[in-house]
Design a binder for this molecule. Structure first.
Ligand SMILES: [Mg+2]
Length: 313
């Protein structure tokens, strides 16, 4: 069986590494100087192929899932990342979001991963969405949407516990599962909308919250023009932007470069896009020269194989 785990996880970290050197650059700047290849230095003064927090936390989650699902252990692996540079590109952390720092700080002080997350509306950055992809592999055969929702909620809430962040992660995971099941783009998008809306209608979710996702769930996000797609650090914008980039591209490189060149939170938009594009187009479609320069690519490959083996059993 083709290793979709490897395609998705490399998809995340190559998108991340393409975006790291131009994080915070505006869309106007990137229109003049578009990223077309791996670059070095720039925003974080890192060598070529360096990935950031998005990938680190994705690897932490993937690594814990190779041993089975244990929420507290997932939380503790995030602690190891902050305290000891576990799953960093060069042994130390150079990029971390405010909510993530604050909530992992609670874990360090001994709080349970069930209660460490922030729950307020202002805590809706893209910090849980950027690391959620491994759950799609873990949950790919789960038929019960309630179980899907509860698991996604728990893992998001280690850091990001507001409904909006959890719901964005749910949409992303369900969409990724449809791609893992080999559906084409249109089928995967329509199935995701049906599954999510059918589930949400039966819950006591806030209608004003669900309404915020209308462009994704009731309309087709791919039909909006680029100037209607924002690409900062807000979770809803990151979800819209990544779906938009994926649905409006024809190969892996086009999808992630489109995401990077939207500007602002370039690494995260490209990481989230890259996970979907990797799964859909396959590992072979990721440019080899990008894989070759990726920092710790052998370690990442071992991790992907381990998770793939575990989930096949
Ligand atoms: Mg980052």
């Amino acid at each position: 069986m083709e290793n979709k785990v490897k395609a998705g996880i490399f998809g995340v970290c190559i998108g991340d590494a393409l975006g790291v050197p131009v994080e915070f650059k505006s869309r106007d700047y990137l229109k003049r100087f578009p990223v077309i290849n791996m670059q070095e230095f720039g925003s974080h003064q890192q060598p070529k192929g360096t990935w950031s927090d998005d990938s680190s936390l994705t690897f932490c989650l993937a690594e814990e899932l190779t041993k089975g699902y244990d929420l507290e252990k997932i939380g503790q692996s995030f602690v190891k990342w902050v305290k000891y540079g576990h799953w960093t590109a060069h042994g130390r952390l150079f990029d971390i979001g405010g909510t993530t720092r604050e909530t992992i700080g609670r874990l360090i002080k001994g709080e349970s991963a069930r209660f460490s997350g922030n729950i307020f509306e202002e805590d809706n950055g893209n910090g849980s969405l950027m690391r959620i992809l491994p759950l799609a592999f873990y949950l790919k055969d789960e038929e019960n949407p309630e179980k899907l929702y509860q698991t996604v909620k728990e893992v998001s809430t280690i850091t990001h516990g507001h409904f909006r962040s959890v719901f964005a992660c749910l949409i992303y995971v369900i969409f990724a599962i449809q791609l893992i099941k080999n559906k084409n783009k249109t089928e995967a998008y329509t199935s995701m909308q049906e599954i999510v809306l059918e589930y949400a209608e039966k819950q006591w979710f806030s209608l004003s919250e669900i309404e915020l996702f209308q462009r994704i769930l009731k309309n087709d996000i791919s039909n909006y023009s680029e100037d209607k797609i924002a690409s900062g650090g807000y979770v809803l914008h990151s979800l819209e932007a990544s779906l938009w980039c994926f649905l409006n591209s024809d190969c892996y490189s086009e999808a992630v470069l489109k995401a990077v060149n939207l500007g602002e939170d370039t690494d995260t938009t490209a990481a989230i896009t890259g996970g979907l594009a990797g799964i859909y187009y396959g590992f072979e479609n990721i440019p080899k020269e990008w894989i070759d320069v990726l920092v710790r690519k052998d370690d990442i490959e071992v991790l992907c194989d381990k998770l793939n083996d575990k989930l096949l059993k």
